[in-house]
Design a protein around this ligand. Structure first.
Ligand code: ADP
Ligand code: ADP
Length: 230
């Protein structure tokens, strides 16, 4: 089963830029699919379309068989977690408040939110007692990325979209975060679409890799082993 299907998806921005060109992809349940390609090849645009931040100009995107652009946007966001480069944490909110963003929007009880936030901080390896009350600027880059992942997982989404999640940290921390994230994924088993321009990261983390070229055209879609043997 493919929880996410892109059917000949195209995106032309109002200024005439063709960012994505007739892209078809099946993203199977529970797999981590990496989108890789040079800067400007449309990777972020694909994530933003899956998340319904922008609409395709042609084709359609299905999540569990339903078009993401029909139906309720709030319900869609609840089912999709989004992790971006530099995390997009709210600087004037504590770590706990940042992780609680989506549960608050969903109107969870205070008690349920508190329990969930504690559980998530533990899950991503941040001691809740030590870090929960701090502000984002009081954490290292790697710790902020962990908070970004915790926040994206808060409402237990089916799908995780990750846009260069580990690129803002130094190479040694990056490898550690990648390994820890893979261990986390082995337990949470989300359907993940991850954007990177780092081939080592793609090979290390991807169950499948989609290689895009300029203009958002799919070049290859295969397992790391198959890609490396061609
Ligand atoms: P990537 O994530 O692979 O670096 P993007 O999806 O950000 O690529 O961008 C794909 C192309 O679309 C690029 O040429 C970029 O300049 C262009 N683009 C991105 N966002 C916009 C926008 N809002 N308006 C116009 N062009 C855009
Ligand atoms: P990323 O590195 O995540 O691909 P970018 O730096 O390409 O991000 O884009 C950051 C923001 O600028 C995005 O919201 C994108 O839509 C917008 N953007 C990118 N390229 C263009 C462009 N050529 N024209 C207008 N907006 C753009």
């Amino acid at each position: 089963a493919a929880p996410i299907t892109l059917e000949r998806v195209g995106k032309r921005y109002p200024d005439g830029t063709d960012a994505v060109n007739s892209l078809s992809l099946d993203i199977p349940a529970g797999e981590l699919v990496v989108l890789i390609g040079p800067s400007g090849c449309g990777k972020s645009t694909v994530l933003r379309m899956i998340n319904r931040l922008i609409e395709p100009t042609s084709g359609r995107i299905l999540l569990d068989g339903a078009d993401v652009n029909s139906g309720d946007a709030v319900d869609l966001r609840r089912r999709i977690g989004y992790v971006i480069q530099n995390t997009g944490l709210f600087p004037h909110q504590t770590i706990r408040a940042n992780v609680a963003t989506v549960p608050k929007l969903l109107g969870w009880s205070r008690r349920r939110i508190d329990d969930r936030v504690t559980e998530l901080l533990d899950l991503v390896g941040l001691d809740p007692a030590r870090y929960g009350k701090r502000y984002p600027h009081e954490l290292s880059g790697g710790q902020r990325q962990r908070v970004g992942v915790a926040r994206a997982l808060a409402a237990d989404p089916v799908v995780l979209l990750m846009d260069e999640p580990f690129s803002a940290v130094d190479p040694i921390v990056r490898v550690r975060l990648q390994d820890e994230f893979l261990r986390l994924q082995a337990t949470v088993r989300k359907t993940i679409v991850m954007v990177t321009h780092d081939i080592d990261e793609a090979v290390r983390m991807g169950d499948r890799i989609a290689v895009l070229s300029q203009g958002g055209t799919l070049q290859q879609y295969a397992s790391p082993a198959a890609l490396l043997s061609t």
